[in-house]
Design a protein around this ligand. Sequence first.
Ligand code: C2O
Ligand code: CU
Length: 522
Amino acid sequence: MNRRRFLGLGASVLGAGALASVAVPSAAYLLREGRPGRLLDSDLDLPAAFQVPLPVPAVLQPVRTDGTNDYYEITQQTAALEILPGVRTEAWTYGGTYPGPTVVTRSGRAAVIKHRNQLPVPSVVHLHGGHTPADSDGYPIDLLLPVGSALPAASSMDGMPGMRHMAGHDLVGERTHTYPGKQRAATLWYHDHRMGFTGLGVWRGLSGFHLVHDDEEGALPLPRGERDLPLMLADRSFAADGSFKYPAADASLAVPGVVSGYMNGVLGDVILVNGAPWPRLDVDRAHYRLRLLNASNARLYRLELDPQPSGGDALVQIGSDGGLLAAPVTHDAIEIAPAERFDVVVDFSRYPPGTRVRLLNRFGSGRTAEVMRFDVSSRAVSDGATVPDKLSTVEELNPSAAVATRDFTFRRSRGDGWTINGDPYEPGRSVADPALGKVELWRFSTDLHHPVHLHLDHFQVIGRNGGDPGPWDEGWKDTVDLRPAEAVEVLVRFTDYAGTFMMHCHNLEHEDMAMMADFTVG
Ligand code: C2O
Ligand code: CU
């Protein structure tokens, strides 16, 4: 099926009205590509780039398995990590590491993960991209209170405009999340999702990969083992004492969000990949599968290899947020917004032995313009890996099947904060009631940069500003990046699980400052 045949429809359903209602921001700098936030400078000397080897997070082993389920346990705990060489950073972690351990599951088997909270703060775990029933999804006020807390801690939301206190399902010490695994192979990630404090929790270390495999993907001749690399990109800043520096609105953490100068997003001046600053990796002259995840709070990257191999098209995209594409798409550069994943294959045999290939961020400047480096060895390896012309059978949702059309505008509020359709988040107030199993057309529009994320199911982007989808919109997505004054149309169909789920901006400072909404699937 060819998306281009939707063009006419895209233009007509979008119409002039949706765009006219979007205010163009006055400050010109906010319109610059790749500048959705404000840089926070570290207070210590930063290490030289390409000194530290790329770490790969350990794979979490199940504590037991049975005919249908794999059982895991993760302890959320503080840990002293050496992120910058010779510097001690006290982090909030899953299992004592940053990133947390990688959970690897098989489609069709349920992962049952028990989290134990030994942090000094409440937490909420969300499996981003997971097709998850509501009670395991990590609703932001379903707090997991630290071991030994008195139940229930009074909510601190009362002080925040629009975040009226509403009781969630608090638990003390442990909470078990069941992920049924009714989804295809994909690169997912888990992270903190606590109401008002997600930006802080993720910044301090609460994120990890969750990879789903299936038979369809397993049958393809893609790179595997050490040549299938999850790469978690995240920018951070450091205080003089080595701790993660973050401009929280309130040092006692009673008030959510950040100080107002940073409400458009916090940008770090150190680029971490899998928790290491500007790392390097020795690569064979072979194919590598790089599962790129932008786990930054607010930073947008435009990723490019330097040098480009002769002939260009270095980045062969095989998957998106929701798993394999129908067919590969080649890119010279990839723009990746917070929470997006791009699964790409790079053939390093296209480079002469000894080439040092930098992964650059063309939206960065100075130190943030570099991400990591691949040092190509002289070892030519016949790895047997290729990227087939057909990767997967991907159902294309049909716009004419849409039973409802809904508009959601993502804008700044009049005061300090962010809104969806003019309202700051209020738990329990649902803004849409999609029926199970029906296709809907959802239209998002923005004032500034907003990466829009839906829980429960992936969607397909069918248009931008009344025209074609962009070059990075292919496949099943759960997060779509909107630039200032943009409008994007997606088709979505929620399946299997009725209940209340979230839609929100994945700029975590926007999310914490109320750019979230509930929708109720019934
Ligand atoms: Cu990655 Cu609702 O979040
Ligand atoms: Cu936003």
